[in-house]
Design a protein. Structure first.
Length: 149
């Protein structure tokens, strides 16, 4: 006799643990971390722009444009890798990858909060947003550690 419910559609292959909380926690952790990194990238870009005249056109070889582009991609990658690592107990690369991709894209969309923070409070608003996002990631990370123990 097995300890798996025989009425489960997957039978003996049914998962023994419910990872739903881990999945949502991993998404929240990754997105919060991505928002924080993106806010710091926005702060760096605004600081670089502070003593320069406004740009007259789009140039991708400008250090400011490269910082913005590569920093945004890096922040999305940080969010994805963080979610991948949090989801490690699932031991399913497909699920880890899907949640990592969702986290990376969601952090990109949610990082648009940085534009609002910049408009409301300038560079200090970006620092405040980064602090709030890193604080949220820390809080979610502590909760995930407690639930894993």
């Amino acid at each position: 006799m097995t300890d798996v419910d025989s009425t489960h559609p997957l039978g003996p292959d049914a998962p023994r643990e419910d990872h739903l909380g881990l999945a949502f926690g991993g998404l929240a952790f990754g997105v919060a971390l991505g928002i924080g990194v993106n806010a710091l990238v926005g702060f760096a870009v605004r600081t670089m722009q502070a003593n320069r005249p406004p740009a007259t056109g789009l140039t991708l070889d400008d250090p400011i444009a490269l910082t913005l582009f590569l920093g945004t991609l890096g922040a999305c990658l940080v969010a994805a890798v963080a979610t991948w690592r949090v989801m490690a107990p699932v031991r399913n690369p497909y699920r880890q990858g899907m949640f990592a991709m969702v986290s990376g894209f969601a952090s990109f969309i949610a990082s648009l909060l940085g534009m609002a923070a910049d408009r409301l409070a300038g560079r200090i608003g970006m620092v405040i947003l980064a602090g709030l996002a890193f604080g949220a990631a820390h809080w979610v990370g502590r909760r995930l550690n407690r639930s894993a123990a």
